[in-house]
Design a protein around this ligand. Structure first.
Ligand code: ADP
Ligand code: MG
Length: 619
């Protein structure tokens, strides 16, 4: 009895895109189907090693590809885990995968641009509808009796019906569109498999017909012969000795493994023997994966135990801040039936994790020796690396060394160089955090540092306000917020003398009365160039950070308003009467200081109103 089902709405959206796709790289559909077949084989292999029920199964994992040029069909066959009726509905009728979901949510409605994303996201099974007008999946789940066929033309509905199939596994048959019939050819298939699936761990066999011509002239006859050849090398490349591998081998493996079309910028292949025995092969991609900053990003590391695939869904195999790394960890010491819970707190894995982390950080350091190369790496991954400052205490110093900063007069500066350039009397490393670099550069606080010839790091990543206040020090030098009282005191700039303090005492009082809780205190300075500046305290920044870590919105602490007693505006204001006009000017000065500090003010209407009054007066 056959049953009709409708696709989940999102799938229809996806299918619509596939069917109308003008994507030039359609061939990736084969990569997707082969990787599904390989996953299915991995799953069954795992069961035969861990479950009593499957221990005696005669299992030679393999993938077969058949095609028929005349009928324009192409079949991908595996003897893996297979699917039952429920699996078919859940896996080929609904989207559970986060990758596909993010793909859909990034669709813009611009068909051309959207189809360019297909290759980047690798949208799995459904990509077959780019080339097929109909697909039939015949499948039987390992250990079950019934087989089912799933049939669809990708237009809203699919049908499931019982079918005949002897062995476990799946056979996916594509009925190719006329314009895509070229995929039903020996050379085309061989080329695509070589390109994307060379390093799939299971043998891929291609079935084809070889034609022999016998006799001469009139007596010439055709003799057809069916042949099968293996078209990939089916080796776990990470288990091959380094000196037997060529650059191309790594690159090809990376591409088939990560579905990234770019070459990786670096790979790190390590075999460890001794107390623990394991092999790791890590790649640093050229570009950041699309989901790097999503909470549901997909882990790029696959865990194997003695070459048996265990999981690609464990985000703890490497620290989170290295989540852009792609690769393989293969342990000889873990039991095959490690459960998720065990993985979480497994000693062996945590040893591998910390050794791998050090290794990767060292390689990134090597990368940093070549400036241009590092710049490219850093624009992609610098921000995520910074997260390590609060999550990986053990490697904090190393991470600090890898970070690069824009400063008051340089770009991409390392702390090491910053330190080397420090004038003899400079006590700390200073940074200023703000919305963007232009805004930061306009900050009056910097005038003081410029006077001393001190460079200041200008930080505008969102994460900076989160991590920097807690870094503490680099290479035994304290790292301080340049706008904090503590930092400013270190500048040892000339104090305001007693006489001036007296002269401005009244003014300070009046200003505090006018601005009230918006500021902490009014202070005096003879080192500013601007008339006023807002100056905070180190503890406030730390407090704000602490609150953020506890998941609360930090309340912004009032800062000190600093007056430049040498500035004509301040000197003039000091002679004014405390009236409405005076008040208006104080508010204006305060707002200007706020704008320079954060780029925005609370009450823009009052602000502009005061500006208009001022303009009117001068006209
Ligand atoms: P993904 O492979 O990323 O999960 P796909 O769209 O490629 O996404 O496949 C969806 C699901 O369909 C797979 O997760 C798997 O459960 C099932 N599936 C696809 N092909 C096969 C197959 N050859 N054998 C068994 N299950 C399969
Ligand atoms: Mg898939």
């Amino acid at each position: 009895m056959s049953k009709k089902h409708t696709f989940q709405t999102e799938i229809n959206q996806l299918l619509d895109l596939m069917i109308h796709s003008l994507y030039s790289n359609k061939e990736i559909f084969l990569r997707e189907l082969v990787s599904n077949a390989s996953d299915a084989l991995d799953k069954l292999k795992y069961l035969t090693l861990t479950e009593e029920k499957f221990k005696n199964l005669d299992f030679n994992p393999r993938i077969d590809i058949k095609f028929d040029e005349n009928k324009k069909t192409l079949s991908i066959i595996d003897n893996g885990i297979g699917m039952n009726e429920e699996d078919l509905i859940n896996h080929l009728g609904t989207i559970a995968k986060s990758g596909t979901k993010s793909f859909l949510s990034s669709l813009s409605g611009d068909k051309k641009k959207d189809s360019a994303l297909i290759g980047q996201f690798g949208v799995g099974f459904y990509s077959a509808f780019m080339v097929a007008e109909k697909i039939i999946v015949q499948t039987k789940k390992a250990g079950e009796d019934k087989a089912f066929a799933w049939i669809s033309d990708g237009k809203g509905e699919y049908e499931i019906t019982p079918c005949q199939k002897d062995s476990q596994g799946s056979e996916i048959t594509l009925y190719l569109k006329d314009e895509d019939k070229n995929f039903a050819s020996r050379w085309e298939i061989e080329n695509i498999i070589k390109k994307y699936s060379e390093h799939i761990q299971f043998p891929i066999y291609l079935h084809y017909t070889h034609i022999n011509y016998e006799g001469e002239g009139d007596k010439k006859t055709e003799k057809k012969e069916d042949k099968i050849e293996q078209i990939n090398n089916a080796k776990a490349i990470w288990k091959i000795a380094k000196n037997e591998l060529k650059e191309e081998d790594y690159k090809e493996f990376y591409k088939s493994f990560s579905h990234d079309n770019n070459d990786p910028i670096k790979w790190i292949h390590t075999k460890v023997e001794g107390n623990l025995e394991y092999t790791t092969l890590f790649f640093i991609p050229k570009n950041a994966p699309f989901d790097l900053y999503r909470v549901d990003y997909k882990s790029g590391i696959k865990l194997y135990v003695k070459r048996v695939f265990i999981t690609d869904d464990d985000k703890e195999l490497l620290p989170q801040y290295l989540r852009f790394i792609r690769g393989v960890i293969d342990s000889e010491d873990l039991p095959l039936n490690v459960s998720r819970e065990i993985l979480q707190q497994n000693k062996i894995l945590s040893t591998i994790k910390s050794a791998s982390t050090k290794k990767i950080l060292n390689e990134i350091e090597n990368l940093s020796k070549e400036e241009q190369q590092y710049k490219e790496f850093y624009t992609q991954f610098g921000k995520v690396l910074k997260e390590g400052l609060y999550s990986d205490f053990e490697n904090k110093e190393k991470i600090l060394e890898l970070l690069r900063f824009d400063t008051t007069d340089k770009e991409m500066l390392s702390l090491k160089l910053y330190k080397e350039n420090m004038p003899k009397d400079q006590k700390s490393i200073y940074y200023l955090i703000g919305e963007n670099k232009d805004l930061l550069k306009a900050s009056p606080i910097l005038e003081k540092y410029a006077q001393k010839g001190y460079e200041v790091l200008l930080l505008s990543d969102e994460i900076d306000s989160f991590v920097m206040p807690n870094v503490g020090e680099y290479d035994k030098i304290a790292i301080k917020d340049a706008s904090s009282k503590q930092a400013l005191e270190e500048l040892g700039l000339q104090e305001v003398d007693e006489k001036s303090k007296k002269d401005f005492e009244e003014l300070c009082k009046s200003i505090k009365e006018i601005l009230g809780e918006q500021i902490k205190e009014v202070t005096l300075s003879n080192t500013l160039q601007s008339p006023v500046a807002l100056v905070g305290e180190e503890e406030n920044a730390m407090m704000a950070n602490l609150m953020r870590q506890m998941g609360q919105n930090p309340i912004s602490m009032p800062k000190n308003l600093e007056l430049n007693i040498n500035h004509p505006i301040i000197q003039k204001i000091n002679t004014m009467k405390n009236n409405e006009e005076f008040k208006g000017l104080i508010f204006l000065l305060f707002d200007s200081a706020k704008i320079l500090e954060s780029g925005n003010i609370q009450n823009t209407k009052d602000f502009t109103h005061r500006i208009y009054t001022l303009i009117q007066k001068t006209l």
